[in-house]
Write a protein that binds this ligand. Sequence first.
Ligand code: HEC
Ligand code: HEC
Length: 327
Amino acid sequence: MFRRLFIGVAISTIAFSSNAQNGSLPQSPTWTTPDIDALAHDRHGTLVRHGRVLMTATYAHIGPDASDPAKRYAGNNLACTNCHLHAGTKKFGIPLFGIIDEFPKYSARTGNEISIEDRLNSCMTRSMNGRPLPSDSDEMRALVAYVGFLSTGVLPGQALEGMGTGKMPELARAADPARGEMVYARACTACHNADGSGVQRSRGNPALGYLTPPLWGNDSFNDGAGMARLINFANFVHFNMPHGADYLNPQLTLDDSWDVAAYVLSQARPSKADLDRDFPDLLEKPIDAPYGPYADTFPALQHKYGPFQPIREALMRLRAQSPQRTK
Ligand code: HEC
Ligand code: HEC
């Protein structure tokens, strides 16, 4: 399965034409995912290849059951590529291409500028439910080299199309976990299991990772992760699931995508300590952060399941009233 995926990576091209309509951005006809096999087998090439291995077999090298106990940085047996699909090269599969020059970058979550290493460690401590990789570790250097490699040929300031999870229309109602349970049974259970525990590659041997990753429970991302936010999750599912779907061929309706997201995110998952310290400026907190405190007076459940537009509007009013906003 992985072999097939890698071939897909090598030949996939990412065309973007929308810049033609945007005169302010540097123009480039087509950006093609760089070919990792064309890299020399020198120090840099070896580091980038190691970075890709860490993206696709994270559990084996830095997972909680990795053979070297000192390297057990991740707290679950996910792989980065479970979310950053096709090793970070799939449009709207949270790709990691073209981003290296954006860092250091202001982070609303910390209220400071963060480095690419900091950003990556935010996935280590949340999506991977673990501890940060030291900046000078081989693993961090390899992952950063790989993310840098994915920006090959991208001009400074150039925005590639297909970033994030996509942006489908929102519902005017709250997403409904009860209805989502039926969608889950129909469209997800076969791969992710009725109890959300996924399918291990080798039963009882978590260090070999998953054929299909768990969506909740002990070995999943924690409640501070980007995927724990309904808007990210619902869009990711709409544009990527069932496995094989893509943004050109979504398989689930909008209602089904929002509701199944609500069902999965209503289930138990690891919880991160001190989440109340995130987003020191609450006016910058994402409307769908599933944990308080909030700048507005909407109930926590509405932040979790929507509808989001009323919250968005209230926040815009609060921001307009707030003096001396710099960001
Ligand atoms: C459970 C899903 C998941 C896993 C596993 C995961 N990530 Fe992420 N990652 C996300 C999401 C979601 C975002 C975007 C968050 C947002 O928009 O707030 C993100 C963002 C990032 C970014 C910033 C992207 C940008 O455009 O600025 C980097 C870099 C990154 N992840 C690296 C990694 C690495 C390396 C690993 C493995 C060690 C990893 N992630 C594992 C879900 C995941
Ligand atoms: C045909 C099998 C299949 C079906 C059906 C399927 N998935 Fe997945 N899902 C996968 C695989 C495989 C991955 C990991 C992708 C990779 O590593 O390339 C994944 C990854 C995910 C992820 C990101 C990884 C994580 O740990 O959070 C989410 C979220 C997800 N699936 C949700 C769903 C939902 C919700 C449904 C039902 C609407 C669904 N999937 C249906 C196979 C499937």
